[in-house]
Design a protein around this ligand. Structure first.
Ligand code: PLP
Length: 397
């Protein structure tokens, strides 16, 4: 863990804001738009010439969208960012922009499960094949690259099982074969990992998570260097995607406090993980910032912090005992997504969403999101949960 750089802190506070353009108002207002009027035929023609750099039609974005895109691109060190209606929409656009019929894509086995659905059920219909690889493969990925491999798709760490990948080694092998490298950076956010510096070509964020940070908006963002963003802007537009202006506003507002929120998520997550590692019910923690974690060395090399999402594998217990633990939680809510201010806990089944590297843990796996509540209260909630688990196990024996 290291301090956020002064440059990033200043970008978080100011990037994308232009008060002088908005009567001195600090936050860019929410522009709702479909039709944009042109005063003359000449102005209309000129606007058609370069639709991506100004307000042209609502679907291409408004000053609210542009402000968010500018800020995220600056934080990632990319040329341009593109806001899309969800993280999954961003993934779709990043893949569909570059894959053609007959192409092959390499996808990490630890990937966010709907990406598998996209590859196996949708892209496959267009003659695109996917191979899933061991997230720990590193430079060995070279052996899986085929002449028609167009994209290597990474999520590091994986948001279910938390393996950290050797991104520079994978990127070097992919580039040597002429393939693009796409990485989902949602877990780390632009503050804790800078994938473009490690050889990645296209970075994806489910801004729905930490960037929005309050569980009240759906949004995705892609960041890329020049040769790639134009193709993606064009593809996103062809698919009819438009990020909602209110959600862009919420994401930009969330960004302003990202560092202070993430630091608390990180501290609470580590405190919970350490406490859990001392519990008799726990078999194993999945948290790359813990020194014993298999991904710790790579995490130390490539990341500057850890967010608040991690996994815990419990020792085998009767399903009803696990239900008793989870059903009675007071602070930890059960639900999908993560990255908001509140704590979450979710039973997950990694074995169901892997094909290259079987998940062989006997006990149940829980995904924990450490929210911003007091850590003593979070621990008390988990402790009470373990007491319910023990009581239910006792009752059933
Ligand atoms: C790692 C990761 N990427 C992408 C997504 C998709 O984001 P969204 O829910 O905004 O479509 C998720 C959602 O949970 C995720 O966990």
């Amino acid at each position: 863990m290291s301090e956020t750089s002064s440059d990033d802190l200043t970008l978080l506070s100011h990037a994308g804001n232009r008060p002088a353009d908005h009567h001195g108002i600090i936050n860019p207002p929410v522009y709702h738009a479909s039709t944009v009027l042109f005063p003359t035929v000449a102005a209309l023609e000129a606007s058609l010439e370069d639709r991506y750099s100004h307000v042209h039609y609502g679907r291409y974005g408004t000053p609210t969208t542009f402000a968010l895109e500018e800020a995220v691109a600056a934080l990632e060190g990319g040329e341009k960012a593109i806001a899309l209606p969800s993280g999954l929409a961003a993934i779709n656009v990043a893949l569909m922009s570059f894959l053609d019929s007959g192409d092959h894509i390499l996808v990490s086995d630890s990937v966010y499960a709907p990406v598998r659905t996209l590859c196996d059920r949708l892209l496959s219909r267009f003659g695109i094949t996917a191979t899933y690889y061991d997230p720990l493969i590193g430079a060995g990925i070279a052996e899986l690259i085929r002449p028609n491999t167009r994209i290597v798709y990474l999520e590091s760490p994986g948001s279910l099982t938390f393996e950290v990948q050797d991104v520079p080694a994978i990127a070097a092998a992919a580039h040597a074969a002429g393939a693009l490298v796409v990485l989902d950076n949602t877990w780390a956010t632009p503050l804790f990992q800078k994938p473009l510096r490690h050889g990645v070509d296209i970075v994806i964020h489910a801004a729905t998570k930490y960037i929005v940070g309050h569980s009240d908006a759906m949004l995705g963002i892609i960041v890329a260097a020049k040769p790639h963003w134009r193709a993606m802007k064009s593809c996103g537009h062809a698919m009819g995607f438009a990020a909602a202006p209110d959600d862009c506003y919420l994401a930009l507002r969330g960004l302003r406090t990202l560092d202070v929120r993430l630091r608390r998520h990180e501290a609470n997550g580590l405190a919970l993980a350490r406490w859990l590692s001392g519990r008799p019910e726990v078999a194993r923690l999945l948290h790359p910032a813990l020194p014993g974690d298999p991904g710790h060395a790579l995490w130390r090399r490539d990341f500057t912090g850890a967010s608040g999402l991690f996994g815990v594998v419990l020792k085998p217990c009767p399903p009803a005992a696990l239900d008793a633990m989870l059903d009675g939680m007071k602070l930890f809510g059960m639900g999908f997504s993560w990255g908001g201010y509140e704590s979450l806990i979710l039973p997950v089944k990694p074995a169901r969403v892997r094909s290259a590297t079987p998940w062989e843990e006997d006990g149940p796996t829980l995904r924990v999101h450490a929210g911003l509540e007091g850590v003593a209260d979070q621990i008390a909630d988990l402790e009470a949960g373990f007491a319910r688990l023990a009581a239910a196990r006792e009752a059933s024996s």
